[in-house]
Write a new protein. Structure first.
Length: 218
């Protein structure tokens, strides 16, 4: 891969930059319990990470009423913020240092996530990576979330780049599909919530096991 090929890198957040699995699963299970819905184990909850909140509950409970989905989403946000006071998510190993080096090399770095922009602002500041990120795009910033291409296309428009200059990095198949549908190249990471097999099946152009491998890849 020629270094000059990519100028913009769009990152997923949960499972790619931030190790938030414990927070998400705990919050999901507490929300489910509060609304007296059938129990869902950790792997089931983790399998929907990357989807918007409504999509998470719709996937876990296909027969759930729409009104209850909205109530669950509100409960989830409240409990997640409460849990943040007890368990602070950390950046994955190598993330802070690698982002600093990529930023120094002149790459434009952005985040496209299914969590809210306010949450992204708080978490990136806590993790010490906010200064390296040029744009935060959350679930409330798009009409069609992952795996649809809108988050990438909206980022391209805002940052004035072409898809051919863009690499999308994420840990779930929805991240890979989002990037590919927008015409960008994609890189899957295996240390998050997805697997090498699901990333490959989604068509990832590159797959790495350690975030710092991006420096070598680029």
């Amino acid at each position: 891969m020629e270094q000059s090929k990519f100028k913009l890198i769009i990152f997923d957040f949960d499972g790619t930059l931030g190790d938030t699995r414990r927070n998400i699963v705990m919050t999901m299970q507490m929300t489910i319990a509060e609304h007296q819905l059938p129990y869902r184990h950790e792997d089931e909850c983790a399998s929907v990470i990357g989807l918007p909140l409504a999509g998470c509950f719709r996937t876990l409970f296909p027969d759930i009423q729409e009104e209850l989905i909205n109530q669950c989403a509100e409960t989830y946000r409240r409990i997640f913020n409460e849990n943040l006071q007890k368990i602070q998510p950390q950046a994955f190993p190598g993330v802070v240092d690698t982002l600093a080096k990529l930023h120094q090399k002149g790459y434009v770095l952005t985040i496209a996530s299914s969590r809210s922009r306010n949450s992204l602002t708080e978490l990136t500041q806590q993790m010490g990576i906010a200064d390296y990120i040029s744009l935060l795009l959350g679930a409330n910033d798009v009409k069609e979330a992952k795996p649809q291409p809108e988050p990438v296309l909206k980022t391209l428009g805002a940052m004035h780049f072409d898809a051919s200059e863009t690499l999308v990095v994420g840990d779930m198949d929805v991240d890979i599909l989002m990037g590919a549908r927008a015409g960008a190249r994609t890189c899957g990471v295996t240390y998050g919530n997805g697997s090498r097999e699901t990333l490959a099946a989604a068509g990832a152009d590159y797959i790495i096991d350690d975030f710092a491998e991006l420096l070598t890849l680029l």
